[in-house]
Write a protein that binds this ligand. Structure first.
Ligand SMILES: [Zn+2]
Ligand SMILES: [Zn+2]
Length: 223
């Protein structure tokens, strides 16, 4: 499976300096046409906005300046695969497929989750070869390591192959428009939210992206 990103793996982390050259950011309000939850009748949360001018993303030929990674905590929208397309005129998104409805398995009631979390600029930190090699060992199911083998791995990951909190089975995304397998784009964990509502679980939201169709796929993984 190829990736959209240049061959590197990046840690997506809160920027130490707000004067970053590209405008990538976690959270914040948005006014993206179509980015509205059909189950909850409220705006979808935008976890991460990627600035497509950044050459590291290999998305500079896209007709959009920003790629939003959307989600909803208050329904089951991503308990099944959730797909949306970025409209070619740069005017918002069209939801293609989603978990339909609100049931007892949803994460939170609407009054527990704000309409958006505060915006924070992020920077992309390239993982070293040593870190990528260690992530590969974890992905391959290795559990026994020498003390000196441990290196930091990304909390939120862009590019490469997904290193997930919830086990090592990669979710498979098939683009609903072209029928091809969609490359992994990013994995965002619940650590992205400056809120104490995520006490007990380790949650990964896994995103994939079909560059041909401008379709984003997302799925929620939680124990
Ligand atoms: Zn919802
Ligand atoms: Zn496609």
């Amino acid at each position: 499976v190829h990736t959209n990103i240049d061959s590197a793996v990046y840690d997506i982390t809160v920027a130490s300096d707000e004067n970053t050259p590209y405008h990538h950011y976690f959270n914040g309000p948005h006014s993206i046409p179509g980015a509205h939850c059909p189950n909850c009748d409220r705006p979808l949360l935008c976890f991460l906005t990627l600035d497509t001018r950044d050459p590291r993303l290999c998305m500079m030929d896209m007709p959009f300046s920003a790629l939003p990674l959307l989600y909803c905590w208050t329904c089951t929208i991503s308990f099944e695969e959730f797909y949306y397309r970025l409209n070619a005129d740069g005017g918002g998104v069209t939801l293609l497929k989603y978990g339909n409805g609100i049931d007892a398995n949803r994460n939170f009631a609407p009054d527990e989750v704000p309409l958006y979390f505060p915006l924070s600029p992020v920077e992309l930190i390239k993982m070293t070869d040593e870190q990528v090699a260690f992530m590969d060992r974890l992905r391959n199911g290795e559990t026994v390591f020498a003390a000196g083998d441990w290196v930091d791995t990304p909390t939120h990951q862009l590019g490469g192959l997904p290193h997930l909190c919830q086990g090592w089975d990669d979710p498979m995304f098939i683009c609903p428009m072209c029928g091809k397998e969609m490359p992994f784009l990013a994995a965002i964990t619940d650590q992205v939210f400056p809120a104490d509502i995520f006490e007990s679980a380790l949650i990964d939201i896994v995103y994939s992206y079909c560059a041909d169709c401008h379709v984003v796929g997302a799925i929620h993984q939680c124990d």
